[in-house]
Design a protein around this ligand. Structure first.
Ligand code: SAM
Ligand code: SF4
Length: 477
């Protein structure tokens, strides 16, 4: 799912493993070129005196951070360009979750180092999760990086590009992009869990929740300036609590937001925090997309314990039952790790069983990647506990296939239904736009409607990843 097309400034995937089915909310449409940024299409001459290229790797949180940095470079008078060789300043906003993400960034840094030596690129900034990790110092030396920023001090880019310095707020209150049809709104940063395999707590810090009024205010402003789709973001959004201590929880915030915005989604949720009240709210509120992303990681209670996930598979299954009952037409996706140190064949079979039982509409499946400093990396240093690569690969394929078979069956059930489809990406070469139903299904639809518009069309066929609609009835709205 990693996307590295020529001229694109984003290598954005929800995650960088092959997804069992495509999740189309992974990339914010239009993120490479917000309205007021001067953008030079690949190959065109850019005449502004200063130019910058931002390339994003990783999850929605990174896409959102890139949006903010894009704002800063624009305010500092830079024109945004798509190619490194056209840029005075290159910002690599990076992901550290798996080793292959780091390998890709190394490749880009090598190329940038060469362009710098040739005088074609002047400055390189490394930001995001790699920037927050110790490894960044080694990269800085090796590749001659000019600025390293972690996820908590992104604001320092302002000074680097010549703007007045900003204050660290610890709540993500730097302005995002307004005026586009869809926007991310961060409601919390960091994570208080300590999953055995995960670097997020060390690179993003502990959970900090943003005050409800502050979130609602931003959403009003966005909606007022034309945003039609708001995605609430955080590593564990459902762990959100009112920082002022009023006792309000995520479902209260979601309800408020659903009253303000015309279309709402949220990600990512943690099963231990997910309340039945929230699941029911998804079914009750017309403005909330009926799609739940609830990472399970494993179907084995033994592995869930090793991973410190804090729940058993039975609890997860119960949550899914509540969701399916509350949102019968909804879509469910998850994250699964195969090959974590200590995972046996029995554990793997339990994962396959859970995948069957939950009948996911899509899943991101990852092969375990040891991350420096995590508990699982230490476990993987002991060969007796590691899962051989060929075994991990087989398990990976088995989980992927099981997810796809279920997803295909479920998608077939949508054929013949008439859907209101929100256009996320405009028409491409094949004449189809990419949209999303209220149930959260991805749909290809033949329309010229612009992103942010709705069309109504009948679903004519379905694959494991996407539905295919016929010609829409009536005009886009
Ligand atoms: N906070 C979310 C949660 O707990 O479900 C997930 C955040 S993490 C950035 C996204 C996904 O990457 C995880 O759900 C997990 O499946 C995967 N992941 C994280 N660390 C990994 C590792 N070391 N190896 C393989 N996959 C990993
Ligand atoms: Fe990582 Fe676990 Fe926190 Fe998710 S909940 S960000 S997997 S530590």
């Amino acid at each position: 799912m990693s996307n590295m097309t020529n001229g694109s400034t984003d290598e954005v995937a929800k995650n960088d493993a092959a997804p069992a089915t495509t999740i189309l909310l992974t990339k914010k449409p239009g993120v490479a070129a917000p309205m007021s940024v001067v953008t030079g299409p690949p190959g065109t001459a850019v005449t502004a005196s200063k130019t910058a290229c931002i390339r994003t790797f990783g999850c929605q949180m990174n896409v959102h951070d890139s949006d903010r940095m894009r704002r800063m470079i624009r305010d500092a008078g830079y024109a945004e360009v798509q190619r490194y060789e056209d840029a005075d300043l290159v910002v690599l906003n990076t992901c550290y979750v798996r080793e292959n993400a780091v390998d890709r960034v190394r490749g880009h840094l090598g190329e940038l180092n060469r362009l710098k030596k040739e005088g074609r690129v002047k400055k390189v900034a490394l930001t995001g999760c790699i920037g927050a990790a110790n490894e960044s110092r080694e990269l800085e030396k090796k590749y001659g990086i000019d600025l390293i920023l972690g996820t908590h001090n992104t604001y320092e880019l302002a000074e680097f590009v010549g703007l007045p310095g900003m204050e660290e707020t610890f709540t993500p209150e730097l302005p995002g992009t307004e005026g586009e049809h869809s926007a991310f709104v961060t409601i919390m940063t960091g994570c208080n869990y300590q999953c055995s395999y995960c670097v997020v707590p060390s690179v993003r810090g502990r959970m900090v929740c943003r005050p409800m009024e502050n979130v609602v205010e931003e959403i009003r402003r966005l909606v007022g300036s034309g945003t039609r789709y708001v995605t609430l973001l955080g590593q564990t959004v459902d762990a959100w609590r009112d920082p002022a201590g009023s006792g309000e929880r995520f479902c209260d915030l979601l309800e408020r937001v659903a009253d303000e915005a015309p279309r709402v989604w949220f990600t990512t949720s943690h099963p231990s925090n997910m309340e039945d009240r929230t699941l029911r709210l998804i079914g009750e509120k017309e403005t909330i997309v009926g799609r739940l992303h609830l990472p399970v990681q494993s179907g084995s209670d033994r592995m869930l314990k090793v991973m410190h996930r804090g729940y058993k598979s039975e609890r997860y299954r119960r949550k899914i039952e509540v969701f399916r009952e509350a949102v019968p037409d909804g879509t469910l996706s998850t994250d699964i790790i195969v090959g974590h140190p200590g995972e046996t064949e029995t554990d793997h079979e339990e994962t396959l069983k859970l995948v069957e039982d939950c009948s996911f509409d899509s899943a991101y499946v990852f092969k375990f990647s040891p991350r420096r400093g995590t508990e699982a990396a230490a476990l993987s240093a002991d060969p007796s506990g590691t899962v051989p690569e060929d075994v991990a690969q087989r398990r990976f394929m088995e989980v992927l296939r099981t997810v796809e078979q279920n997803a295909f069956r479920r998608n077939q059930g949508k054929v013949g239904s008439v859907e209101d489809i929100y256009v996320r990406h405009g028409r491409t070469g094949d004449g189809k736009a990419v949209g999303e139903t209220w149930s959260g299904h991805a749909v290809h639809v033949p329309t010229e409607a612009q992103p942010g518009r709705y069309v109504t069309a009948k679903i004519e066929s379905a694959g494991p990843h996407v539905l295919y609609a016929g010609d829409p009835a009536g005009r886009p709205r």
